[in-house]
Design a protein around this ligand. Sequence first.
Ligand SMILES: [Zn+2]
Length: 203
Amino acid sequence: MSADAILTEKKELACWIARQLFERKMGPGTTGNLSFRHEDKIYITASGTCFGRLTPEDFSCVDFNNLSLWDGKKPSKELPLHKIAYELCPEDTAVIHAHSTYAVLWSCLSHENETDCIPQYTPYLKMTLGTVGLIPYAKPGSEDLFDQFKRYAPKSDGWILKNHGPVVTGSTLMKAFGRLEELEENCRIVWELQGKNGNLIPD
Ligand SMILES: [Zn+2]
């Protein structure tokens, strides 16, 4: 398969994933952004794009090292966050940031363990992703947010930006998508079990 054909396939898969997230209300309106690595570039959803109607033309192509625009539209303002995630997880080739309801709800509460903030009622989150850490709140797209992310993200395997939404990486786009779904599902479980006598499983 040629490099161009692989790129087209990745863009089409990214559009499919974006649509799934939109339909599941995990990326409402023009919120949420996703990216993948291809050769020495990052392809990220352009600023202001809607997950519900994303097309292969809606990507910005930027240089991995200096983030300068190579081709396409203006990138999402969260691009530096994606770059930090790739640097932290050099094996991974995809990053998804969503505004999914239960992860957002969970991120608005205080949690004792901020590097592993989702109590373990089922084994699947740890199996597919690992620990989920909370990143202190800062305005979306701000230098302050990128600084906080750089500082706190190395402590966990996946993240929820406080009062904002989750960020995951994956070795492929599908792996990142699966991890995000697992994270959201586990946030739903812990949210629903609040105040109830649920039984945690051992680590
Ligand atoms: Zn966001």
